[in-house]
Design a protein around this ligand. Sequence first.
Ligand code: SF4
Length: 123
Amino acid sequence: MIMTKEFICIVCPNSCRLTVTEEGGEITVSGNECRRGKKHGIHEYREPTRMLTTTVAVRGGTLPRLPVISREEVPRTLLGRCLETLYRMEVQAPLRSGDIIVKNICDTGVDVIASRSMNRKEV
Ligand code: SF4
């Protein structure tokens, strides 16, 4: 059985159209203009991952929401669950850039951290 999927390579601005084909357990990539594209195509085919960036609600901060980012990429299939977890939570100011907001989010082994500092709001 032959499986084929198409992707746009996002490694550089060239945006090559990749075609990844699996036949008899062997994976081949075409459409890539360099080796990085081949690696990216195989990764996208086997286990696509993405960096997670969003905001979480802050109590007592100078802004209502805090930008956060995952330390590493998380499986793309778990992005929705991770975002739901973050949308439901609220953190307390003050916070420093790099503080851990959620450890091991959705059992991915990846921590989500604050991507900026947030002071407490003066009252
Ligand atoms: S295949 Fe190579 S040249 Fe093409 S977009 Fe990917 S990294 Fe850039």
